[in-house]
Design a protein around this ligand. Structure first.
Ligand code: NAD
Length: 488
């Protein structure tokens, strides 16, 4: 294994506390989505690289699992400080490799830091439970233990937040970690591991192996990897869930989404429009909690006109410009797929209220697409069913809340859903009947914070225990029960 002292624009893997070159000579270009400029090359590592990383993590686990929990937590406190000190730098890097607006990126970094805050509570989070006198002279105790080596596989759309959903808590619980970042946004992971090392993490506790499916398969099949945390698109999430489970691993696989926002006739139109615009078109619609379908209840003409007007006013451009809301999609190849969806929507008979395609001509560099809105979309159309993951919004019409809720139930996905209304009865019915795991009441992006589970339902999640909160602690620990008799 060649040891490289310093990582350069040609990215390296981070194994056992060293930047090392991949065994593989295959690599991929990393582009700035706003300029199409080449910013790095990322190795497409092989199973040998995975083996090296898992070996290092397995050795490190023997010491790390016995490192006192408060001592582990102190490293997390230091990490929190370093991440906060580097907040702006990290946000700028997110803009560079992902393309989202600086304000969004800054918020993403904040969300990631909050995960470290939560993980630093490990001494409390790791506590077990006891009950004396479960029978005469007999007591029961429950202790928590780490699992071993954990594999984390992450998507392009949150290069900071999603890795931080995983490794800080896993490591605080006493596990060691191998992270495979998205090959389309791999730069931030290097900063994350550098700062974690500065915070005092021993070598081998956090490792990074860059690449694509070979690394994923290497992790999900490796006998020394005890659990897999995955976030990405639906087909891959299902594949990872099934294959990793078949290899005897604990798996949580967070998947795709189609999030419905219901606009009731009594909604504050100005506020609903503002929330929907920022949810549907912020980060170019590439958020798993983005609004991608609006169910307009009742007449709705005033709402649709106001929505179109706001979409027309949106500033499109490089995320470094603070005025910009609509930034590029991740790659031209993704935009090609989105353009096919727009053609499909037109063929299916939906009304193209706003066409974002002409704006591509105004932005020749980068993978831009203007805001696109279809009206009179029926729940059976492909554009209503599939996750398009772009600034393309479908408007469905419903006569009442019951019908709106039936559209949500029909969707295979169940990540999030929102209602805009002042009506308490409608809010309660929505809370009880909406078939999704994270609901918003007059909230555009009802993503949960680090101390609650990120709770997608249906095909938006495969597994039992979600990321974050107490679910996260349960996912990264195993419980041991002791039953003791004291009548000797
Ligand atoms: P993706 O599925 O293309 O990639 C995710 C990860 O899987 C990457 O690390 C990638 O290298 C790997 N991968 C891709 N194809 C693979 C294959 N054939 N075999 C093995 N591994 C493979 O997802 P993406 O485009 O990077 O991210 C966007 C998707 O992630 C969207 O569907 C979005 O909804 C979803 N997402 C979901 C959540 C959530 O909380 N549910 C959060 C963020 C993103």
């Amino acid at each position: 294994m060649t040891v490289i002292k310093k990582h350069t624009v040609k990215l390296k893997n981070y194994i056992n506390g060293e930047w090392v070159e991949s065994y593989s000579s295959d690599s991929l270009e990393v582009l700035n989505p706003a300029t199409s400029e080449l910013i790095a090359t990322v190795p497409l590592s092989s199973k040998e690289d995975v083996d090296q990383a898992v070996k290092a993590a397995t050795i490190a686990f023997q010491t790390w699992k016995n490192t006192p929990v408060p001592k582990r937590a102190r490293i997390l406190y230091k990490y929190h400080y370093l991440l906060t000190e580097n907040h702006e730098k990290l946000a700028r890097l997110v803009v560079k490799e992902n393309g989202k607006a600086y304000k969004e990126a800054y918020g993403e970094v904040q969300r990631g830091i909050e995960c470290v805050e939560f993980a630093a509570g490990a001494p409390t989070l790791m506590m077990g439970e006891t009950l004396s006198n479960i029978a005469e002279d007999i007591d029961s105790e429950m202790y928590r233990y780490p699992l071993g080596v954990i594999g984390g596989i992450t998507p392009f759309n949150f290069p900071m937040m999603v890795p931080l959903w995983m490794f800080p808590l896993a490591i605080a619980c006493g596990n060691t970690f191998v992270l495979k970042p998205s090959e389309r946004t791999p730069l931030l992971a290097s900063e994350l591991v550098e700062l974690f090392t500065q915070a005092g993490a021993p070598k081998g506790v956090l490792n990074i192996v860059h690449g694509a499916h070979d690394v994923v398969n290497g992790l999900i099949e490796h006998e020394d990897v005890k659990a897999i945390s995955f976030v990405g698109s639906q087909p891959v999430a299902k594949y990872v869930y099934e294959r990793a489970a078949a290899h005897g691993k604990r798996v949580q696989a967070l998947s795709g989404a189609k999030n419905h926002h219901v606009v009731m006739p009594d909604a504050n139109i100005e506020k609903a429009v503002s929330h929907i615009i920022s949810s549907a078109f912020g980060s170019a619609g590439q958020r798993c909690m983005a609004c991608s379908a609006v169910v307009v209840v009742g007449d709705g003409e005033q709402f649709v006109a106001a929505l179109k007007q706001k979409a027309d006013e949106l500033l499109i451009g490089n995320g470094l410009n603070e005025e910009v809301l609509l930034t590029p999609v991740i790659r031209d190849s993704h935009r090609e797929k989105v353009l096919q969806y727009i053609d499909i929507g037109v063929k299916e008979g939906a009304t193209l209220v706003r066409d974002g395609r002409p704006e591509m001509e105004l932005h020749k560099e980068g993978s831009f697409l203007g805001p696109t809105i279809f009206d009179h979309v029926s729940p059976d159309m492909k554009i209503a069913k599939d996750e398009i993951f772009a600034p393309v919004l479908s408007l469905l019409r419903a006569k009442d809340l019951d019908e709106a809720l039936s559209f949500i139930s029909k969707s295979r996905y169940g990540n999030g859903a929102t209602i805009y209304t002042k009506d308490a009865a409608a809010i309660r019915q929505f809370r009880e009947e909406a078939d999704a795991g994270m609901l918003g009441i007059n909230v555009g992006v009802p993503a949960t914070m680090a101390f609650f589970p990120f709770s997608g339902w249906k095909d938006s999640f495969y597994g039992d225990l979600h990321v974050n909160g107490k679910d996260g602690v349960n996912f990264f620990t195993k419980k041991k029960m002791i039953t003791s008799r004291f009548d000797y």
